[in-house]
Design a protein around this ligand. Structure first.
Ligand code: NAP
Length: 261
């Protein structure tokens, strides 16, 4: 899918983790339209290749890159390859994540460690590696995908802890990197129409929808639009911020689920 001979180092390069489906795929397509060469990371090569092929078919530039973001050595190898093929990553989107819904009595040590390994440690691995060249080049943007759920929701203790950690890390690094012209921000989606959501029971989904003031689920493209803004120079005075894409749920969530599930 990637054709290194067609690429050149002056091009803006975006790497989107978990870009093979859902919100990540929409972010890949949007950043490609905005002129980036998009590196589509995922666990599965086939999935990343499909998204990269779509982008190429539309006249954009993209290549797939496989790595499990919870494995820091694999992440380092992926960045080494990307830099050799298309140059340093100028925009990183830490999108890959796993959901999870477990009442606290079901939160085992293994479950907790797994959710944090992907949703928090994975963000650290990619961010730390991307920041090296960004710091040296005094340019770059990182957008981390957290979740409105970090504010609290039933069955979300591990997920919310990881997503809150992402926000804390982003804010701290935004300060640390401010003198280097590298910005870090968070996009926190609410209920978004993806396979992750479609797997829910219909009545559970209907109950969840009652908690969204705007009254509908969001689209992956609406999340991608916020990411595109924060990745671009249009937001050059914005760093360390959390942008919610949740139809107002962060402002007011109707408590329609009174019992532990
Ligand atoms: P999704 O449809 O499950 O897509 C996530 C992608 O990331 C999948 O292709 C997945 O591969 C991949 N991935 C998982 N673990 C990975 C790893 N260790 N390394 C590399 N790739 C990995 O999820 P989504 O709904 O688009 O969510 C994207 C992000 O938005 C996540 O961070 C999620 O927490 C956040 N978010 C989603 C919603 C929502 O309503 N959908 C709401 C708030 C926040 P596999 O399928 O093989 O695991």
């Amino acid at each position: 899918m990637s054709n290194p001979e067609d690429t050149h180092t002056s091009q803006k390069v975006a790497l989107v983790t978990g870009g093979g489906q859902g919100i990540g795929a929409a972010i890949c397509r949007r950043l490609a339209r905005d002129g980036y060469h998009v590196v589509v990371n995922d666990l599965e090569l086939e999935r990343a290749e499909v998204v990269a092929a779509d982008i190429l078919a539309l006249g954009g530039s993209a290549s797939p890159a496989i790595a499990d973001i919870s494995d820091s050595a694999a992440v380092d190898r992926m960045f080494d390859q990307v830099e050799a093929q298309v140059g340093p990553v100028t925009a990183l989107v830490n999108n890959a994540g796993i959901g999870g819904n477990a009442a606290i009595r079901n939160v085992t040590d293994e479950y907790w460690a797994h959710v944090l390994a992907v949703d928090l440690n994975g963000v650290l691995h990619c961010t730390r590696r991307a920041l090296g060249p960004m710091r040296d080049n005094r340019a770059g943007s990182i957008v981390n995908i957290s979740s409105r759920a970090w504010l609290g929701w039933w069955g979300q203790s591990a997920y919310a802890a990881a997503k809150a950690g992402v926000i804390g890390m982003t804010r701290a690094l935004a300060v640390e990197m401010s003198s280097r012209n590298v910005r870090l921000n968070v996009v926190a989606p609410g209920l978004i129409d993806t396979p992750l959501l479609r797997n829910r029971e219909p009545d559970a989904l209907a109950r969840l929808l009652k908690s969204v003031p705007i009254g509908r689920v969001g689209t992956p493209e609406e999340v991608a639009s916020a990411v595109a803004f924060l990745s671009s120079d249009r937001s050059r005075m914005v760093t360390g911020q959390v942008l919610y894409v949740c139809g107002g749920k962060s402002v007011y969530a109707y408590p329609d689920w009174p019992d532990e599930k």
